[in-house]
Design a protein around this ligand. Sequence first.
Ligand code: TR5
Length: 143
Amino acid sequence: SHRVSILSSHLSPVMASEKEAALAATPSDSPTIFDKIISKEIPSTVVFEDDKVLAFRDVTPQGPVHILLIPKVRDGLTGLSKAEERHIDILGRLLYTAKLVAKQEGLDEGFRIVINDGPQGCQSVYHIHVHLIGGRQMNWPPG
Ligand code: TR5
């Protein structure tokens, strides 16, 4: 159908990696996969949860420990570039919770915090999230 041809014309037939998908992704306000993780409709390995923040293991870990911390309510915060003053509390809470989870995971020698933003930042999910990666030596500069 016409609709199918429109869809296929802007989707590459082979998406070799999630990062390629991120580079092709269009920033969007639509619901994301993380809504279903928050509602537990899609299972995840939760490592920390309170009324505001959910932390769960990344399905494609980039280290022995790779956890995503997200606000349970997105409130327009598709990415850090969309932050407004009303988000200051949740932004601080995400980082503070990352520190608690790093401790809980035994990352006493250090860890890496990453927030990818937009296509050039390789963001693929438009619900802000903090990556907590550790358990191995990190390198600098990042790719
Ligand atoms: O690329 P950005 O910074 O947007 O990070 C998105 C992260 O979400 C990636 O590291 C993915 O591996 C991760 N991701 C994607 C999905 C997913 C997930 N982590 C846990 N569970 C997931 N499910 C069930 N589905 C995904 N599509």
